[in-house]
Design a protein around this ligand. Structure first.
Ligand code: HPA
Length: 276
């Protein structure tokens, strides 16, 4: 188990390296999910830093994810965007998944925006719908906060009150309305993957109250909440996980649906950032 001192040493080395490449203080961090990489097109780019150059940074192994931090301006705000994220199913530990979120905070991040591809389980949804996440269920077999706690970063026992900032959820609703975009709201359940769910699992997860299911977001959000960031998160329902009407679902289907929904999510995120 890593000590607090080791953690700080690694964090400082990563942050110093990035600051040596680029002088920029991002207030907003954005983590882009599967098939959503081109969300960055709207960002006036200042510079990028490849993950594989940053000391102690994990390296993305999923083909549909680029692997770099992108710094720039969006809607008049300074942002850092993780193009490519780290999943537990790739073999990373929760500490490794948390590391980039800690790095973004150390660079100046106050608000984290997360997007993901997810299976829609609410029968009122259709594939391609965007859902603003109001709450989550952690079905991962762990938590990024397990291990020594640095009280300067956050509480040993953080409450999970309003993890997904209500004012930001409201804002997303308003921006969507202005843009003529129908969005859903609901609860995201995160679990390991890489299998999608069986019909019995979708039924169980729906019974637990979840509207969408995916393989990311929860560890990053717990980390960001622990370090007192505000959080706004969106799922694109890339396939429907309805226990009574299951059909085959390929990665191509997931990426295809995510890409088609992407321009809508890009405009929604840009509209929200502008108002922050
Ligand atoms: N289940 C879990 N993760 C997913 C799904 C799903 O149906 N679709 C996209 N990511």
């Amino acid at each position: 188990m890593q000590t607090v001192e080791q953690f700080h040493k690694e964090l400082n080395e990563a942050v110093d390296f990035i600051k040596g490449q680029i002088t920029f203080e991002p207030k907003i961090g954005i983590i882009l999910g599967t098939g959503l990489g081109s969300l960055v097109d709207g960002i006036e780019m200042i510079g990028t830093v490849d993950y594989d150059k940053i000391p102690h940074f994990p390296v993305s192994t999923v083909e549909s994810h680029a692997g770099r931090l992108l710094f720039g301006n969006l809607g008049g705000k300074t942002v850092v965007c993780m193009q490519g994220r780290f999943h537990y199913y790739e073999g990373y530990s929760f500490q490794q998944i948390a590391f980039p979120v800690r790095v973004m905070k150390a660079l100046g991040m106050e608000t984290l925006i997360v997007s993901n591809a997810a299976g829609g389980m609410n029968p009122n949804f259709v594939a391609g719908d965007i859902m603003v996440i109001k709450d989550h269920i952690n079905f991962f077999p762990g938590n990024p906060l397990i291990g020594p706690n640095d009280g300067n970063w956050g509480n040993r026992f953080p409450d999970m009150y309003e993890v997904y900032n209500c004012a930001l959820v409201d804002m997303a609703r308003k921006v969507a309305l202005e843009q003529g975009l129908r969005i859903q709201e609901g609860i995201y359940v995160g679990l390991t993957g890489p299998c999608l769910e069986t019909a019995a699992e979708y039924r169980m997860l729906r019974g637990f109250g979840a509207d969408a299911v995916g393989m990311s977001t929860v560890p990053e959000v717990i980390t960001a909440h622990h370090q007192h960031n505000k959080i706004l998160a969106f799922s694109i329902g890339t396939d429907m996980g309805l226990a009574d009407s299951m059909h085959p679902c390929s990665l191509e289907d997931v990426i295809g649906t995510a890409s088609r929904a992407e321009p809508k999510l890009r405009d929604l995120i840009a509209g929200c950032v502008k108002r922050m």
